[in-house]
Design a protein around this ligand. Structure first.
Ligand code: SF4
Length: 348
């Protein structure tokens, strides 16, 4: 067995992990078992207790542009998981690896209430400042408010606290030092820009942003001794030996891990505007792809909801309808050109 890695006081089996921005992997039933050898830490999907209600039939991922795993723009939906779902995931994987609960809330009372749901089943907490700034709005000085809330939360937390920063948080050396002085255990840097329109939230994943912000923040962290993690949109096998992402103590992944699961057809939609709302796939409808015209789409579903043999046998038209394993992620809707929503009727 390899020697443990120490990160922010936690003993990890590997300096790699899954980020709290994943919207696909944690929904795969066998995911944690399959990945436990590879990852030393699982940051659970971020949850909030704001009035944003959890919507099960809303899609969670959209491919805006895809040329390769070094050149893509994927948009995901923050707060895709309910608190109950994330609690269940934590209970399932806590025996396997270190588990961190990720939370975003506009008030200290909400943070403490949410964190109490995870006590005893996680090894630490992550506060997502990018999402917190969207929940708070722009009516007060965010930096000083954030420092006050984090300081209070760290003082009452019985577990290590990590702070996650994104491009929407103005990160100066002074703010970094103020964060360090709150007593946080470590920082997670995410290159993902988040935006909201009304009650809809969006997060943009792109290898170009990933590389750009790694360069900017690598310089900033050189002057601090805080343990750091970086979320890379470039899969590990495509990172060079001396890539700037490796300046950080550990690396976390989310959309980049899709490269190990799915075959992504090329998607050229850069002329289209970024989304302002997520699609619904209402029950009992499910996606149906044309496997004659787009055979590559059979392998785009991370949950293997399309079966070529079954569908082609049942449907001479060449349409493959997703089976009950479809959990409405939305990946096929934006990756394949001609997807219909269909209901499968079974005789009484
Ligand atoms: S069929 Fe698969 S890829 Fe398409 S929406 Fe359902 S789960 Fe997602």
């Amino acid at each position: 067995m390899s020697r443990p890695i120490y990160f922010a006081g936690l003993s990890l089996t590997s300096p790699r992990g899954v980020s709290s921005e994943d919207v696909v992997l944690y929904n795969i039933p066998e995911f944690a078992t399959a990945y436990k050898e590879k990852f030393g830490v699982f940051f659970l999907p971020t949850v909030t207790d704001s009035e944003l209600s959890f919507e099960r039939n809303k899609t969670r991922i959209l491919v805006h542009y895809f040329s390769s795993w070094k050149d893509y723009v994927i948009v995901t939906r923050p707060f895709s998981f309910s608190v109950e779902e994330v609690e269940a995931i934590a209970r399932k994987i806590r025996e396997e690896s270190k588990v961190i609960a990720s939370i975003a809330a506009s008030r200290l009372s909400s943070l403490t209430r949410l964190s109490s749901r995870f006590m005893g089943i996680v090894d630490g907490f992550e506060i997502d400042l990018g999402l917190t700034s969207l929940l708070i709005g722009e009516h007060r000085s965010f930096e000083s408010y954030a420092i006050d809330v984090i300081e209070e939360f760290v003082s009452v937390s019985k577990r290590p606290v990590f702070v996650k920063v994104s491009p929407s948080v103005q990160l100066s050396s002074e703010f970094l030092e103020n964060l360090r002085q709150t007593g946080i255990a470590g920082m997670v840097f995410t290159p993902h820009i988040v935006y909201s329109i009304g009650r809809e939230f969006f997060r943009v994943h792109s290898p170009y942003l990933s590389k750009l912000y790694a360069l900017i923040w690598a310089k900033l962290i050189a002057s601090t001794d805080i343990p750091t993690a970086y979320i890379s949109d470039i899969p590990e096998h495509l990172l060079g030996e001396v890539s700037v992402e490796k300046t950080f103590d550990i690396l976390l992944f989310d959309t980049a891990l899709l490269s190990t699961l799915v075959d992504m057809p090329g998607v050229v939609e850069l002329d289209k505007e970024m989304p302002i709302r997520w699609r619904y796939i209402p029950d009992p409808l499910r996606p149906a792809i044309d496997v004659v015209r787009e055979p590559q789409c059979l392998n785009v579903c991370p949950y293997r909801a399309f079966s070529k043999e079954k569908n082609l046998h049942d449907s001479p038209s060449g349409l493959a309808v997703a089976d009950e394993k479809c959990n409405v992620c939305g990946l096929c809707l934006s990756s394949c050109k001609d997807v219909k929503l269909m209901a499968t009727l079974t005789p009484e």
